[in-house]
Design a binder for this molecule. Structure first.
Ligand code: ZN
Length: 464
């Protein structure tokens, strides 16, 4: 069957690429919100193009108020869903060719959205067409749900779920193979410290909750601190080998620039946190005089990325340990705050997470404000949706050991609830596809592999 499906995709190739080119041509970054266009005009224009393509193939389509759209195959009452999205992140600079012109070079397809996620929209659409061509047996309706706001909050799917029936199970081809069956919960807070007397005038480091800061700049009172002595006191274990730089400003104060290594906030162990390095340097040099906030960072967070010394460490057999990233510091005369990005294991609830965190804050005499918090997303490994899709993946790729995994980050799957998983389109071990970057691309062969897996995945879920 997989050969037959692949041959069909090859036969449709030119038409399919023309349809993909029409979607790639739309710069569907979120725009200005109006009553008619909740995420701006261009995401809605991409949606209307995709729905016309589905209609042209004879499918029943519906535009759900310019938030999302549906394309249906079959008329059974029970349905399975495939959700993919047509909005994109800004093209940015550095492209070799025009990001909005589908380009074929070196057996690869280039253009903004070819992987994330316009290519997968087209793959699913043609997959439905091929399922119909080949008369594959369907007991359930297949609904392709196309969203227009994945990149900025998935408001499209929230709206869909409030206004239309949610399929009994399904997948989103908007992440990685073999299959993501769990996503840790998010718990993002600003943690506030009382003001204190220290030789530190200002500290700034980091830009976001979810990035390990690669730089931290500390301004020290030149009348209290000698740059030479501070330099001499620095130990390799404070900096992990990243040499800090020192400067004097016009007022004679000392500016220390501490460097580290950036990483994504869901995998803080892959980075070197420059704020932690700065705090370690200051605590070693000044002792108690560095103040409670610096000691909190240097000792209670330290190089740990699992919150152990804060009493926050939790782990489970499915998703491993909680992760903690200190993403940003604001230290000035007015404010002393830390941005903390926690991803907690799938078997912990948000209420439990919040209770643990409150206990920690109370123990240290701190206050906090939650800026973003979400329950984990978890579909058990032995559930039919995971089992059926994994079987398809193993059969098509020949990789019999392929297994479902969990991640610290979030995928689109979360948006439609408990029976949705992420399934493709990126294969493990493949070359980087530059998603969200310049020269986003995919090898033609890998795109075809994805088309086949996606089609058989839909057929497996809808077939019984
Ligand atoms: Zn995406």
């Amino acid at each position: 069957m997989k050969e037959q499906i692949r041959a069909k995709f090859e036969a449709y190739w030119d038409e399919m690429m023309a349809d993909l080119a029409a979607l790639v041509a739309v710069n569907s970054v979120r725009g200005e919100e109006t009553t008619e266009f909740p995420f701006g005009k261009e995401p809605a224009r991409a949606l209307s193009i995709a729905l016309r393509q589905g209609e042209r193939m004879g499918f029943a389509v519906e535009n759900v108020d310019n938030y999302a759209g549906t394309i249906d195959l079959g008329d059974a009452e029970e349905m399975i869903g495939v959700m993919a999205h047509l909005d994109i992140v800004p093209a940015g600079d550095g492209w070799t060719d025009d990001p909005f012109t589908l380009t074929f070079k070196n057996d690869r397809i280039y253009g903004r959205g070819v992987v994330d996620d316009k290519g997968p929209v087209i793959a699913a659409l043609y997959g439905m067409r091929i399922i119909r061509d080949l008369n594959l047996p369907l007991k359930k309706k297949i609904r392709l749900i196309v969203g227009t706001n994945e990149e900025q909050g998935s408001g499209c799917m929230k709206y869909y779920a409030q206004h239309r029936p949610v399929p009994s199970c399904g997948f989103t081809p908007d992440a990685d193979y073999p299959l993501i069956h769990g996503e840790k919960g998010n718990f993002w807070t600003w943690l506030s410290f009382p003001a204190e007397e220290t030789p530190i005038l200002e500290i700034s480091g980091g830009n976001a909750f979810n990035i390990v800061p690669a730089e931290c700049v500390v301004l020290l009172d030149g009348s209290q601190v000698s740059a030479d002595e501070l330099k001499k006191s620095i130990r390799t274990e404070d900096t992990e080998g990243y040499e800090p730089q020192f400067m004097h400003d016009a007022k004679g104060n000392i500016k220390m620039v501490v460097r580290g290594h950036a990483a994504h906030g869901s995998t803080p162990e892959k980075g070197v946190n420059a704020i932690v390095s700065a705090a370690k340097i200051l605590c070693n040099a000044f002792g108690e005089r560095a103040g409670k906030m610096m000691h909190f960072i240097a000792e209670s967070i330290g190089r740990e990325t699992d919150g152990a010394s804060l009493g926050l460490k939790v782990s489970d057999d499915v998703s491993g340990s909680l992760s903690l990233n200190l993403g940003r510091i604001i230290y000035s005369t007015e404010q002393h705050r830390l941005a903390i990005d926690i991803r907690y294991p799938v078997k912990l609830s948000l209420a439990e997470m919040d209770a643990n965190y409150r206990k920690m804050a109370e123990a240290f005499g701190l206050t906090y404000e939650v800026t973003e918090a979400a329950e984990p997303h978890y579909v058990p490994k032995d559930s039919p949706v995971v089992q059926k899709l994994l079987a398809v993946y193993r059969q098509v790729t020949g990789d019999q050991t392929a297994d479902a995994f969990t991640i610290g980050g979030g995928t689109y799957a979360k948006a439609l609830g408990k029976n949705f998983v992420a399934f493709g389109p990126e294969f493990p071990g493949s070359e980087p596809m530059n998603v969200h970057d310049a020269d986003e691309h995919i090898l033609k062969e890998l795109f075809l592999d994805h088309c086949v897996v996606c089609t058989l995945g839909m057929a497996a879920l809808a077939g019984e």
